[in-house]
Ligand binder design. Structure first.
Ligand code: ASP
Length: 294
């Protein structure tokens, strides 16, 4: 599909569960909120942060207020953000106790010379900038590794990782993602979301990608960068996404979904999971949000 820019795409995770009505209207509201930035001539990276921040705040997705817990009962969240003009990027991994990991990622990008901060010291960094705290109800559990590795005590829910890609009036692209991880996680597990080139990538020479799905597979094929490389080789967003997702399934039985936007405004939403909660908006009519894009 080709659209005049600006353009914003957002997702609420890919997996086996269908999107709920509340999640669907929250995604539409997040698109409208983020799009207002683009409409006023604001940068794609800000639109991505604002869109993801809206979803983190809602508590309806596996990010921010709604993040899943690891097997010791603790929420450890991952997020990243990248913009395609200067290839600037920021990320946090295993962040505990904040509503907006995506803003912590933006601060890493803007306020440090680094790309990724992890663990309690990423929390200290977020605290320094006064980011909003979040103390979820429930307790830390003291589990031995025999129980942890047997996967005991996992918490099941319907929430999904969140992410967004945008193209602004200056034809700069940006991508971001934020997550509480997957269903069953050994404490300390980090997925693809904070890893640049795996969960997200953005480069004005080819496009922007935000991933969701089983992080371990996405990491092993560096999927976001692999899709960008195919865009750079002249493939359309839908062909590039299909080629890489097919390889993910055939080579390592992975499962994922993706948002892809090219600098000329072509875009795709693709997944190899039964469902993917996602939508897009170019400012005309109303945001389009669906639970399945195949
Ligand atoms: N990719 C995320 C992770 O592996 C999870 C997801 O997107 O649902 O942490």
């Amino acid at each position: 599909m080709t659209r005049p820019h600006p353009l914003l795409l957002a997702h609420g995770g890919a997996g086996r569960r269908p999107i709920t009505r509340r999640q669907s209207s929250c995604l539409a509201d997040a698109l409208a909120t983020g799009y207002a930035i683009l409409e006023q001539g604001g940068p794609a990276v800000v639109a991505v942060e604002v869109t993801i921040g809206f979803l983190e705040q809602s508590g309806l997705f596996n990010a921010g207020r709604g993040a899943k817990r690891q097997l010791d009962g603790v929420q450890r969240m991952d997020a990243s953000l990248m913009e395609g003009a200067g290839l600037r990027a920021g990320a946090v991994a295993s962040l505990e106790g904040f509503v907006h990991p995506i803003t912590a990622a933006r601060l890493v990008m803007e306020e440090t010379t680094h790309v990724l901060l992890a663990g309690p010291l990423a929390g200290r960094f977020a605290q320094h900038f006064g980011l909003e705290r979040h103390r979820p109800p429930g307790r830390r559990r003291q589990l031995g590794y025999d129980r942890i590795l047997a996967g005991k005590g996992s918490v099941k829910d319907r929430h999904g990782t969140v992410g967004a890609v945008a193209l602004d009036r200056a034809r700069t692209v940006a991508a971001g993602a934020s997550t509480g991880g997957i269903e069953v996680m050994v404490p300390g597990r980090v997925g693809d979301t904070p890893l640049i080139g795996c969960g997200v990538y953005a480069d004005n020479r080819c496009g922007a990608v935000s991933m969701t799905g089983q992080g371990e597979g996405i990491i092993r094929l560096a999927v976001a960068k692999a899709i960008c490389e195919r865009l750079a080789a002249g493939k359309s967003p839908s062909t590039a996404a299909r080629m890489v997702l097919r390889e993910l399934v055939s080579r390592i039985a992975g499962a994922a979904g993706t948002l892809v936007v090219a600098p000329d405004g072509r875009f795709t939403i693709a997944h190899v999971t039964p469902h993917m909660a996602a939508g897009w908006w170019d400012g005309s009519a109303r945001p389009t949000v669906k639970g399945c894009w195949t």
